[in-house]
Design a protein around this ligand. Structure first.
Ligand code: APR
Length: 248
């Protein structure tokens, strides 16, 4: 099928779906200037080992290492702006076309674009917490302390080590994942946008729905299962699909 037919088929599936939910990965934010993790030749994990830079093992045993490298990756994501794809998903939610967005991203761009039902299954870079007393702090406080070379940053109340509220390799899944699971189970269409679908347990979600649309620049392990696979940039594909839904 040519691109136009793929967009039309995707629009048809979305229009006939009783409940549609979206799953996004780092690929939806590359057009906002944030590198993804696994794009061949450009992904972050080509240069760094995730188990080294963003894992609980390094955070707990070598906090200085964690704050020198991993933390910088988290900070770098915070000053990006949403792109067309984020805004279209926000409009689709407002129009009741999609229920909401499950995101593996920690860049807060869905919320910045106006999405309300956002399930951050890999945490966020808005807050941090104390490992000892659990006190919540803003991410800015973490950044301030790290910039003042307080590494690891420590809690003002109990002097425990502070950590970002991002789900690191080795962390349990957050409650947001339980909520996302519930919503996927009651959906009949999942639209995956910009994810290699290689990290579990999030990559179990495509197995839980009757209909699946994948919009991704490269192939994923779930392409065989999808009703429609669109090998295009997220904003280009979503722009075309949204125009068909609105004007046809
Ligand atoms: N449009 C569509 N797809 C894109 C675009 C784009 N503009 N840019 C990149 N992609 C695709 C890439 O081809 C790649 O397959 O997006 C996918 C991004 O995959 P990953 O880099 O693996 O990101 P993601 O799937 O979100 O990773 C999951 O791994 O490192 C952990 O916790 C981290 O949440 C992350 C998780």
């Amino acid at each position: 099928m040519g691109d136009k037919n793929l967009f039309e088929e995707a629009a048809r599936l979305i229009k006939q779906s009783r409940k549609t939910i979206v799953l996004t990965g780092a690929g939806i934010s590359t057009e906002s200037g944030i590198p993804d993790f696994r794009s061949p030749g450009r992904g972050l994990w080509e240069k760094l080992d995730p188990m080294e830079v963003l894992s609980t093992g390094v955070l707990y045993n070598f906090p200085e290492e964690f704050y020198k490298v991993g933390f910088k990756i988290l900070s770098s994501m915070r000053n990006a702006e949403p792109n067309e794809a984020h805004y279209i998903l926000s409009e689709m939610e407002k129009e009741g076309i999609i229920f909401g967005v499950i995101t593996q991203n920690i860049d807060n761009l869905h919320q910045k674009a106006g999405s309300k039902n956002v399930f951050e299954v890999h945490g966020n870079t808005r807050e941090g917490s104390c490992l000892r007393c659990g006190k919540k702090v803003s991410f800015e406080i973490l950044e301030e302390k790290v910039n003042k070379k307080q590494i690891p940053p420590c809690c003002d109340d109990c002097n425990g080590v502070l950590r970002p509220d991002v789900v690191l390799f080795g962390d349990p899944m957050p409650y947001a994942f339980d909520l996302a699971l519930k919503e996927v189970k009651s959906s009949d269409l999942l639209i995956v946008i910009g994810s290699s679908l290689t990290v579990s347990p999030v990559n179990f979600l495509p197995d839980m729905v009757r209909h699946l649309i994948i919009i991704n620049a490269t192939e994923t392990p779930y392409d065989y299962k999808a009703d429609v696979v669109i090998r295009e940039k997220a904003s280009y594909a979503l722009g075309n699909i949204w125009d068909i839904i609105k004007f046809q």
